[in-house]
Design a protein around this ligand. Structure first.
Ligand SMILES: NC(=O)C1=CN([C@@H]2O[C@H](COP(=O)(O)OP(=O)(O)OC[C@H]3O[C@@H](n4cnc5c(N)ncnc54)[C@H](O)[C@@H]3O)[C@@H](O)[C@H]2O)[C@@H](O)CC1
Ligand SMILES: [K+]
Length: 520
């Protein structure tokens, strides 16, 4: 499966993988000098395309990011722009190609000084790129602070200096860019916050690295896009009837009844053939009057878990969702745990969200041990912290975390480790949702608008996932597709969105998606 994804433009390269791709290109016969020339030209073209002639200051650092800066400086100068170049580093330590372009620069080389910013309309940030190892210091830090203070527009080369391309972490203060030009493929740090918010508009430039170099790398990370999973999207076929499209069972709690209703509606809208909402008898009337296309099943008082188990004896109930509104107060927590364990014992595809996750905060191992079949967990950061208390954020980017140790890691690594530890596909929600599979693959989502951060939105997402699972999509693909469609509906509705809108507007988004990807 991972192999099928390899040639996609959605591949994301860590800075380490980018270095390998770069070396492989050189081995394949593309001179490093040409790569740097192409990188610099791509940046100069992007600048000329976006800004009118103005006074430019190019800040070059000690490595190849600075090398790209020398190229840009000369190209903008040749285009008739007023350009000044400031260099911070030592000429003797430059790589041969960076040294070549250093000497090709026809202007003066100045030292970093905040005074230079006074007559500057645009800064080209060529201080640090893939080689960043720690927060900026001394003169480089002063320059960044000066740019931030004066709000000078910035075009960043590869990444805004101080942003870790692999993790999106900001090491110290970072001057936010209006435009960032990166090369060959995006890096995870362009999609993960805070990096994403510091890049501005992102341009990915082809600098002549041949795509086949990717074959040699064991690549595991992608930006979410239908191209990754649209071949397996379960469109209804005319010869099918509803039983071919699965029968999802959603557990609904006793007190908060809206959440699981949203899940059930989401599952119906995305095409599950049938959805049963199984609810405690006390709340049955509330559910039954509110649902039409969804069947509401009673679970007798004090034997809800047993009734739920019995319901699942029917093999036509092919997928299960537990969590939204399941309940955590007092005895509800025990009931929620029993329901979750009954669901997992079937080994049928199961989506666990919200309370289904928090109910195991005291002993997550019980949950992980019970996951032996296909499972998708959809925590937000709070729920994630309850289940995986030893994985947390840090600026220590050099440590390679071990899942059994107290570790510190970025969002991508944390989600991957959680998937590996639990055996489930983990969807760590947020503006930069990460979807990770226990086999190591991971996808970063980038189409979600801020409008989706509203009560009930996650319940609908769980419904989209379970609805796609019901129709036979594999968990990792179903999670990625659901997250992407959820983002698209968010964009469609926009400001003022409430969770109820999401199932209602899905048909329009599905039609547009179908037109775009299945036009023939
Ligand atoms: N990999 C590729 O395919 C290509 C890379 N290119 C450019 O090369 C860049 C990577 O070049 P490098 O690997 O030389 O890395 P950088 O140019 O990012 O910097 C590396 C140098 O900075 C030092 N350093 C790191 N963090 C520091 C800090 N906070 N304070 C002071 N010194 C610090 C390092 O010790 C090293 O000497 C990319 O970002 C890109 O701009 C381009 O030339 C095109 C081709
Ligand atoms: K940079």
């Amino acid at each position: 499966m991972a192999h099928m994804y390899k040639q996609h433009s959605q591949i994301l390269l860590t800075t380490n993988e980018m270095g390998k791709a770069d070396s492989a290109a050189v081995v394949a016969g593309v001179p490093a000098m040409e790569l740097m020339a192409a990188a610099g030209k791509a940046v100069a073209d992007a600048v000329l395309g976006r800004w009118s002639r103005c006074s430019v200051l190019v800040l070059c650092g000690p490595g190849n990011n600075g090398g790209d800066g020398f190229v840009v400086s000369q190209l903008l100068l040749s285009a008739g722009w007023p350009v000044r170049l400031a260099f911070w580093g030592s000429v003797e330590k430059l790589s041969p190609e960076a040294a070549h372009f250093y000497y090709a620069w026809q202007g003066e080389v100045e030292a970093y000084s905040v005074d230079l910013l006074e007559q500057t309309d645009l800064v080209i940030d060529a201080m640090f790129g893939a080689g960043l190892t720690h927060a900026l210091e001394d003169k480089a830090r002063d320059m960044v602070d000066g740019i931030i203070e004066r709000k000078i527009p910035v075009c960043a080369i590869d990444v805004p200096s101080g942003v870790d391309g692999t993790t999106g972490a900001a090491l110290g203060n970072v001057a936010p860019a209006e435009l960032t030009v990166t090369f060959f493929r995006q890096k995870p740090g362009h999609l993960l916050f805070p990096g994403r918010g510091l890049c501005g508009k992102l341009v990915v430039a082809d600098i002549g690295i041949p795509d086949p170099v990717l074959d040699e790398l064991n690549l595991q990370t992608w930006e979410n896009s239908p191209e990754l999973w649209c071949r397996d999207y379960p469109w209804p076929r005319s010869e099918e009837h509803k039983f071919h499209r699965g029968h999802a069972v959603v557990y609904g709690g006793e007190n908060i009844t809206g959440a699981s209703r949203l899940t059930a509606r989401g599952a119906m809208r995305i095409g599950a053939g049938l959805v049963s909402l199984a609810v405690p008898i006390k709340a049955w009337a509330i559910y039954a009057t509110a649902m039409t296309s969804v069947m509401v099943v009673k679970l007798e008082q004090s034997q809800e878990a047993e009734d739920f188990e019995e319901l699942l004896l029917d093999p036509r109930h092919n997928v299960i969702a537990v969590g939204p509104g399941a309940g955590l107060a007092g005895f509800e927590r025990i009931r929620t745990r029993k329901i979750v364990l009954a669901a997992l014992a079937t080994n049928r595809p199961t989506v666990l969200d919200a309370d289904a996750l928090s109910a195991f905060a005291d002993d997550p191992k019980i949950l992980f041990d019970a996951i032996n079949g296909p499972c998708v967990m959809t925590p937000h950061e709070g729920e994630f912290a309850r289940l995986f208390p030893t994985f947390n954020e840090s600026t220590d980017i050099n440590k390679s975390p071990d899942i059994n140790e107290q570790c510190v890691a970025d969002k991508l690594t944390r989600t991957r480790l959680a998937a590996k530890l639990s055996g489930a596909v983990v969807v760590l929600k947020g503006a930069d949702t990460v979807i990770a599979s226990p086999d190591g693959r991971a996808i970063i989502n980038s189409n979600a608008p801020a409008d989706l951060a509203t009560g009930g939105s996650g319940d609908v997402l769980a419904g989209f996932i379970v609805g796609l699972l019901a129709q036979g999509m594999l968990p990792f693909d179903a999670a990625a597709a659901a997250v992407w469609l959820h983002g698209e509906v968010g964009n469609e509705v926009g400001i003022g969105l409430i969770a109820d809108d999401l199932p209602n507007h899905l048909p329009k988004v599905l039609s547009a998606f179908k037109r775009q990807y299945f036009s023939d």
